[in-house]
Design a binder for this molecule. Structure first.
Ligand SMILES: NC(=O)C1=CN([C@@H]2O[C@H](COP(=O)(O)OP(=O)(O)OC[C@H]3O[C@@H](n4cnc5c(N)ncnc54)[C@H](O)[C@@H]3O)[C@@H](O)[C@H]2O)C=CC1
Ligand SMILES: C[N+](C)(C)CC(=O)CC(=O)[O-]
Length: 435
């Protein structure tokens, strides 16, 4: 039996190892794209972090997209790394930024799932750093996301000479299916592309605070009222091309190139990271933003980001193009899986509507599976969950996922949703009839 491919837009099963700020964001992005997610993180705070992130992500996606979202995947907690990665189509590691810890986790992951693409969220380690001593170095790549992972589309992908190129392509296909933009680095380098830029700005900001030139709030105003707005839509080089006037980049370089010799750009050393600096920044940050909780700041950030992304989509520009493309993909998938709720007596939905729709969705899924026509399978259906009734005769979306079991058996999971969210979930066990 050949299982249906789990690449591209087709949801599969993801394992998330480490469920802090970034792991929780990955779990939300996968689940909102219909992937089932198994999470492992020994911290007692992890379930709360995931629940809060899922709530934020659902709200943000509801506000961002005008298409029906795919049926949400199931998020479960695993007791160990091995349990989480078993049967995973993709593994994303998001544990704390320690090379030793990451290597130990990779050993556990690859003992259980050596062939699954293993993306690391590392902000700075190279794939060669991560692969050293690994059992299956070819399966390891850097997949560096940006916070909040469920809203920002960029993911920097980095392989080394040891990374399997086909696996790298497959991993990027999965990331594209999540609505992300994999930016593949031409060569590995510490801190990739974006974090090198961010660290340079961060280093200068720390000097400015330390030397009493500006407070944290003044530095943030300098960014968000000025060049930050430009960067979100045109980046650095396109912005400076315009700043050169009609003569463009050449004039810009002629005017500002010589400034490279001025003291503007000489500060390459980092300020001493001591208790005084920590206190200064933490106290100024409290004065600047302490009136909001982190949860409130997350909601403000997400609602602003959603508004930017919607504006950029209207302009068909930058990150807005990706939002439009992902929405188009969601519409196409939803349209292919639309079924009408059967009517019963008095115009109400037939009481057996979830099972009837699940049976149709199953036939459609099996039809794409050449060696297994629907008649050759005996199915046992069970309604696992029914959230509410749809409108009579409404068109709903039913997505069927087939999971091969041992021998000649299949598990089919059908999620039925309408535009207001989940309606029902039906599981079916199928056994192939011997001819
Ligand atoms: N916070 C950020 O802005 C970004 C962070 N990253 C990267 O993502 C990774 C994670 O960072 P954060 O989420 O910020 O850190 P975090 O501190 O919020 O979360 C790390 C999580 O790893 C868990 N962990 C530790 N040991 C573990 C183990 N043995 N097995 C499973 N889980 C374990 C911890 O319990 C914690 O929940 C790091 O590599 C970081 O560089 C990448 C992009 C942005
Ligand atoms: C500060 N940081 C290095 C962890 C930042 C990142 O890695 C990316 C981001 O989201 O800014």
């Amino acid at each position: 039996m050949t299982p249906p491919a789990a690449t591209g837009a087709a949801p599969g099963r993801a394992a998330i190892i480490g469920a802090g700020v970034i792991g929780a964001g990955w779990a939300a992005r996968f689940a909102l794209n219909g992937w089932d997610v198994a999470v492992h993180d020994p911290s007692p705070n992890a379930p709360r972090a995931i629940a809060r992130c899922m709530e934020n992500a659902r709200a943000a996606w509801g506000a961002l997209f005008d298409a029906p979202l795919p049926p949400e995947g199931r998020v479960v907690f695993a007791r160990s790394t091995a349990e989480a990665v078993e049967g995973a189509d993709y593994v994303q590691e998001s544990v704390s930024e320690s090379l030793d810890l990451k290597r130990r986790i990779f050993a556990d992951i690859q003992a259980a799932a050596p062939d699954a693409p293993l993306g690391s969220s590392t902000s700075g380690f190279t794939p060669s750093d991560l692969q050293r001593g690994a059992r299956a170095p070819g399966s390891i790549l850097v997949a560096h996301p940006f916070n909040p992972v469920y809203l920002l589309p960029l993911v920097e992908t980095v392989g080394s000479a040891q990374t399997d190129p086909a696996l790298m392509d497959a991993a990027e296909e999965i990331l594209r299916g999540l609505g992300m933009f994999p930016l593949r680095l031409r060569k590995e380098i510490d801190a990739h592309i974006a974090d090198r830029l961010l660290e340079a700005v961060w280093r200068e900001a720390l000097w400015l605070v330390r030397d009493g030139v500006a407070t944290t709030e003044e530095i943030d105003e300098a960014i968000r009222l000025g060049f930050g707005l430009r960067w979100a839509q045109m980046g650095l080089f396109e912005t400076y091309r315009i700043a050169g006037g009609e003569a463009g980049m050449r004039h810009f370089l002629a005017q500002f190139g010589p400034c490279l010799a001025l003291p503007w750009t000489r500060l390459t050393d980092v300020p001493p990271f001591d208790e005084r600096l920590v206190e200064l920044i933490a106290a100024q940050s409290d004065a600047q933003s302490g009136r909001w909780t982190i949860a409130e700041l997350e909601r403000i950030r997400d609602s602003n980001l959603t508004a930017f992304l919607r504006a950029l989509r209207r302009a068909d520009w930058g990150a807005g193009k990706l939002v439009a493309a992902h929405e188009g993909r969601m519409r196409a998938v939803a349209a292919a899986d639309r079924f009408r709720v059967p009517a019963g007596e008095n115009g109400a939905p037939d009481p057996g509507w979830p099972l009837a729709i699940a049976a149709k969705a199953l036939r459609a899924a099996l039809a794409g599976w050449d060696d297994a026509p629907a008649e050759r399978w005996t199915a046992t259906q069970s309604l696992v969950e029914q959230n509410r009734a749809p409108r009579p005769a409404a068109l709903v979306t039913a997505r069927c996922r087939l999971e091969p079991q041992s021998g000649e058996a299949l598990q089919a999971i059908v999620a039925i949703v309408d535009e207001d969210g989940p309606l029902a979930r039906v599981e079916q066990t199928l056994v192939r009839e011997r001819s």
